[in-house]
Design a protein around this ligand. Structure first.
Ligand SMILES: [Zn+2]
Length: 438
């Protein structure tokens, strides 16, 4: 870093904390201020406010809470000092804060006695505090590099409000910046100032702490405890949540889902769609939806740990528990389920609602086949993938079972006579064909 050796800062009355009475007595290499501070907490407040007003931060270095010849004293050093830091050359973790800065503040509160009043004219006026500042920093004060080290604690509450409003770390950072930019008085350097615009790392740290406190840990006993605690809160808002620990399953029914069970379509057709591996613990979120005039409405949401049949079965039992007779328009189950291609899910549905018919969702089947064709390990050359897909679609969209059979034979027969044979494809197609009833 190519910086001048010493950077003195000018201190004016504007830099001094307005909650106290200050008088600059001496202003040379060392600045002496007399002040009406009276206690250790006054000292801390004074130095903190002074830091805010001069874009500096001061760490406590040494103190004496009481003495015979004085009330107390405390010494602070600039947070870029070498005090309890490794030398910057040895810092492997990031930019070093250690600038070996020598700037310091010493504050001493003198005794107020008849004797001291005689020797020190300020004491009689109540200015018992003596603040000595060595204002020579060994680093710049207004560069982005220095400003990012300033403590951000003060806007933590603001960020916690963003988190409470449902924003994540990235979104809240963006929103906060937007709010700052709307302020006409914003200085470009303010955006680099950690006190005003905290770094992403700080925000992520706050979010992690906030999440632990409000949402609980992501797994284990703590998560279960938090869930138990929250269930009452949800219930007060008319949201019913039930869960089982083993196998882990959570079923959620919100007021709108409850209402959607009154729709006549809910006893006819239900779509089930899972999103797998939603987090590091591979929890999966499953939606059950029914069509209505507005598109599709959810009738229930489930969280399962992984995608196991046991976990799904547990969830389906829980939703029936919540809804009792009112489930699926008082029928207890729909006539038809349309699902994605998950064996565990289908099997659990069949066991819970044996009377219902089960179909695969065309979109998911098509998607699975398309993925299979593009999977390099199946060895289908690029130029044939589309052709094979269109054969498959002819089977899938066939209007009658007979047409489907014909399309299937055609698809199998086509390969070998017009395009090279891919045994893996025939095998795959055959496997799907054998499940065609689904
Ligand atoms: Zn400094």
């Amino acid at each position: 870093m190519d910086l001048p050796e010493y950077i003195p800062i000018n201190i004016t009355t504007d830099n001094l904390p307005p909650n106290f009475e200050n008088e600059i007595v001496e202003s040379n290499d060392v600045i002496t201020i007399r002040c009406n501070i009276k206690s250790m907490s006054d000292i801390n407040e004074w130095v903190k406010e002074f830091g805010n007003r001069t874009d500096t931060k001061w760490n406590s270095r040494d103190s004496c809470p009481a003495g015979e010849k004085f009330v107390c004293w405390k010494k602070f050093v600039c947070h870029h000092s070498s005090f309890s830091k490794v030398p910057s050359m040895k810092n492997k973790k990031g930019i070093s804060k250690n600038a070996e800065c020598l700037a310091s503040i010493k504050v001493k509160i003198k005794l107020d006695t008849t004797r001291t009043r005689m020797t020190d004219k300020f004491i009689g006026r109540g200015l018992v505090g003596v603040i000595t500042i060595t204002p020579i920093h060994k680093h710049s004060l207004m560069t982005a590099e220095t400003l990012r080290f300033l403590p951000a604690e003060e806007c933590r509450e603001q960020f916690e409000n963003y988190f409470n409003d449902g924003m994540g770390p990235a979104e809240s950072a963006k929103y906060h910046k937007g709010v700052l930019e709307m302020n006409a008085d914003l200085q470009p350097s303010d955006l680099a100032n950690n006190r005003i615009n905290p770094t992403q790392r700080t925000i992520e740290y706050w979010h992690e702490k906030w999440r632990l406190l409000n949402l609980g840990p992501r797994n284990g006993h703590g998560m279960i405890e938090k869930l138990k605690e929250k269930i009452t809160t949800y219930r007060n808002r008319n949201v019913q949540v039930e869960f089982e620990e083993n196998p882990f399953a959570v079923a959620i029914v919100t007021p709108i889902m409850k209402r959607s069970h009154c729709l006549p379509t809910s006893k006819e057709i239900i779509f089930v769609d899972s999103t797998s591996s939603c987090d590091a613990e591979s929890h999966s979120v499953t939606f059950m939806l029914t069509p209505c005039a507005a598109g599709a409405v959810p009738v229930g949401i489930f969280i399962t740990k992984g995608q196991t049949e046991g976990s799904y079965k547990q969830d389906f039992r829980l939703i029936l528990n919540i809804l009792k007779e009112s489930a699926f328009c008082n029928e207890g189950g729909p006539a038809t389920f349309i699902t994605d291609d998950s064996d565990a899910e289908i099997s659990a549905l069949k066991k819970t609602w044996p009377q219902s018919q089960h179909f695969l969702c065309i979109f998911h089947v098509g998607q699975a086949v398309w993925r299979w064709l593009w999977d390099s390990k199946n060895g289908i050359p690029n130029n044939y993938r589309q052709q094979l897909m269109s054969h498959f679609q002819q089977i899938m969209y066939a209007e009658t079972p007979a047409c489907a059979e014909e399309a299937y034979l055609n698809a199998v027969g086509y390969v070998g006579s017009f395009i090279p044979t891919y045994p893996l494809w025939n095998e795959y197609l055959n496997k799907i064909w054998n499940r065609k009833e689904l």
